[in-house]
Design a binder for this molecule. Structure first.
Ligand code: FES
Length: 317
């Protein structure tokens, strides 16, 4: 069984450009093999491709959007509320949702991936956060009225199945740095499925998602780096009852959470923020490629179980 799944498989955006190039991550027939050996994703991608005249279906759109609210939080971190269509807000209301944005006067290679912090379907808005760290975000900072937004994209985390399947259980979310932008949508989904959530936020460090967390989330602002992180996690009560953990932060933080789970609750499900460098988000450019299980995968498209599979090394496209 293929341990990898495509985040877009079976969606209105499937089959995509990769099918046209003979590089579909799921369909072995579209890869040029003679045997059908996909993980069934509720549709036959090959049939859809043929029925669509042997070309990709709907493409992710770039739209010009108004910035309805912009807030500078601290040290060059901004929260921006963007007006979008209700359909786009609905599409971006899932754990792992993100978009590419760029300033009004910039070319498409200025597109920068941003996690969705919040989505309001009725109001038709999404909120995203960014930290000014380089030319893309510096120019975005100057574009205060409107921006170009491309989306929707969903592979901002690995372990989507675990997030969606956990019910009526105790969940732990661990976060720090800008990756916390992906946390509110994950918590929203966990609470909607009857779970309880404990959130550990790394301090000192930014904490800008407090306004997007429901009251029932137990929040602890604690140190999570190095040995202090290990001590913090070990001090958690009822560790054995944790049934799911989400780590949104650095790769060392993912390791901290992974080893905590294997020590205390090895049956628990796990998800992690996807920290790879995204450039196109379509599986084309190769900037997000990693080797896993001896196979080169495009991590902007491919889903895997982060508890069982870890990255071996980055590969050149
Ligand atoms: S970001 Fe371009 S292939 Fe993944």
């Amino acid at each position: 069984m293929n341990p990898f799944e495509c985040i877009d498989a079976g969606s209105e955006y499937c089959p995509c450009y990769l099918a046209e190039a003979g590089e579909c991550t799921v369909c072995t027939l579209l890869q040029g093999k003679e045997v059908c050996a996909c993980n069934w994703s509720k549709v036959c991608i090959y049939q859809r491709y043929l029925r669509n005249g042997s070309k990709a279906v709907k493409r992710k759109q770039t739209v010009l959007c108004d910035i309805s609210e912009a807030r500078r939080i601290e040290d060059g971190i901004y929260l921006e509320k963007i007006t979008v269509s209700r359909a786009m807000a609905r599409a971006l209301n899932h754990p792992g949702s993100y978009v590419f944005v760029r300033g009004l006067t910039e070319r498409s290679f200025f597109d920068a991936p941003m996690a969705i912090v919040d989505s309001d379907i009725m109001a038709g808005t999404v909120t995203l956060a960014f930290h000014v760290t380089g030319p893309k975000t510096r120019l975005l900072e100057l574009s205060s009225q409107r921006l170009f937004l491309r989306g929707p994209y969903w592979n901002g985390l690995q372990g989507n199945r675990a997030v969606e399947s956990i019910r009526d259980a105790r969940c732990l979310v661990v976060t720090g740095g800008m990756s916390q932008a992906s946390v509110p949508l994950v918590i929203k989904r966990l609470l909607a499925h009857g779970n309880t959530v404990t959130l550990l936020v790394n301090r000192p460090g930014p904490f800008f998602i407090a306004d997007y967390l429901p009251d029932e989330v137990k929040v602890y602002e604690v140190p999570l780096h190095g040995n202090q992180g290990r001590d913090t996690m070990e001090a958690l009560p009822e560790k054995e009852n944790i049934a799911f953990a989400y780590s949104a932060g650095s790769t060392p933080q993912h390791e901290l959470v992974r080893s905590f789970i294997s020590r205390h609750c090895p049956e628990a499900g796990m998800a992690i923020s996807n920290n790879h460098t995204f450039c196109c988000g379509e599986g084309i450019c190769g900037s997000c490629m990693v080797t896993m299980g001896g196979k080169a995968i495009r991590s902007c498209k491919v889903q895997y179980d982060p508890q069982r599979m870890t990255e071996e090394e980055a590969v050149c496209p």
